[in-house]
Design a protein around this ligand. Structure first.
Ligand SMILES: Cc1cc2nc3c(=O)[nH]c(=O)nc-3n(C[C@H](O)[C@H](O)[C@H](O)COP(=O)(O)OP(=O)(O)OC[C@H]3O[C@@H](n4cnc5c(N)ncnc54)[C@H](O)[C@@H]3O)c2cc1C
Length: 232
């Protein structure tokens, strides 16, 4: 798996700071942006988003390349609707080796499970190839492919949606691959625009409560999680 921040809004923090200031100042947005400095922008973003006025950070966009993940992971990712996606198509790309699948760590660490998993995937690969040889179109042969099939996807989200996404998907209850991708996205977004993501993480870190309620994992150590995400 590889996650790479490809592009993001230039001067994202200054821009969002200027947006925050636009609501209370008489000047035009362009004049306000011209005079905006980083310290003021950081202070304004913190204060205004703290009020729940989250739309000011919608002006900043971040585009990520997410590579070599499972279809199972991207199916969860695309449930987030305030975003743009483009995904590798199984109508064009042929799957033919075990390299084209993601093996979950729980299976990789269990010799018996790994053997069963690999044998099944080899059989699927073989049947998929046989279907193509029978001139079945790729778009139909792919019906046999599993959730483990590897894929690549490009996603663009604004900072408000990203923060919401991190609240849900950096959480210990999120699925491991989804959580790993979300955590890498947060790390890179925070490096690019610290003021927009400095206190972001799972809901226990950013919002101060667990959004999972009674579904909260028993092994959660909130203090340890807070420390880990602050130091990310
Ligand atoms: C741990 C976990 C387990 C899950 N399990 C399941 C499951 O078993 N089955 C399943 O189907 N899904 C499951 N999901 C997916 C979940 O239900 C959401 O579809 C997904 O997390 C997207 O979140 P969202 O709808 O808040 O956000 P987004 O789509 O990212 O939207 C962001 C916010 O915009 C607003 N918004 C967006 N669209 C609308 C709209 N149409 N109307 C009103 N407000 C809107 C909402 O405030 C929303 O929170 C799970 C998610 C998690 C994190």
């Amino acid at each position: 798996m590889k996650v790479k921040l490809l592009r993001y809004t230039k001067d994202a923090e200054l821009l969002c700071g200027a947006a925050a200031s636009t609501s209370t100042r008489s000047g035009t947005p362009s004049e306000i942006l011209e005079k905006m400095d980083m310290e003021t922008a950081k202070r304004l973003i913190k204060r205004v988003t703290g009020y729940g006025h989250g739309s000011v950070v919608e002006h900043a966009f971040f585009t990520f390349s997410i590579e070599g993940v499972s279809r199972s992971m991207t199916h969860q990712l695309v449930r987030h609707r305030i975003a743009s996606y483009t995904q590798q198509s199984q109508r064009y790309v042929i799957y033919n080796t075990l390299e084209s699948y993601v093996t979950p760590p729980s299976i990789a660490q269990n010799a018996e499970a790994k053997k069963m998993f690999d044998q099944t995937l080899e059989r699927i690969s073989q049947t998929y190839q046989d279907l193509l040889k029978l001139k079945i179109p790729k778009e139909d042969a792919r019906f046999i492919l599993p959730n483990a099939a590897k894929t690549n996807i490009i996603v663009t989200m604004n900072a408000r949606e990203l923060r919401h996404f991190f609240n849900l998907r950096c959480c210990a209850r999120a699925q491991w691959e989804m959580r790993e991708v979300a955590t890498q996205m947060l790390k890179q977004a925070r490096k690019a625009a610290p003021a927009l993501f400095e206190n972001t993480g799972p809901s226990c870190v950013e919002l101060g409560y667990c959004c999972e309620g009674t579904m909260k994992p028993t092994e959660c150590n909130v203090e340890e999680i807070k420390k880990r995400f602050r130091e990310l």
